[in-house]
Design a binder for this molecule. Structure first.
Ligand code: SF4
Ligand code: SF4
Length: 67
């Protein structure tokens, strides 16, 4: 199963990763970080195939993906 490390404190809630995820498994969660942004979260871990696109597209280097 894929593992995502989400550096929540860096997330700016822009939604780019969500737009580019081919499996639609990311979403903006309810949790606020210290900057006041709602952090992205992996909503459907079973659907994630560890393609790494989210990590490559995030302009703030929030997401790291392992297979
Ligand atoms: S690794 Fe791929 S499938 Fe998994 S959340 Fe990121 S973009 Fe979506
Ligand atoms: S993880 Fe990156 S691309 Fe996704 S919402 Fe947060 S800042 Fe934007």
């Amino acid at each position: 199963m894929a593992k995502l490390a989400i550096r929540e404190e860096r997330c700016k809630s822009c939604g780019i990763c969500i737009e580019f995820c081919p499996e639609n498994c990311l979403e903006i969660g309810d949790k606020l970080n210290a900057q006041g942004y709602r952090c992205v979260r992996l909503a459907d871990p079973d659907a994630c195939r560890a393609c790494g696109i989210c990590g490559r597209m995030c302009p703030d280097v929030v997401i790291e993906v392992w297979k």
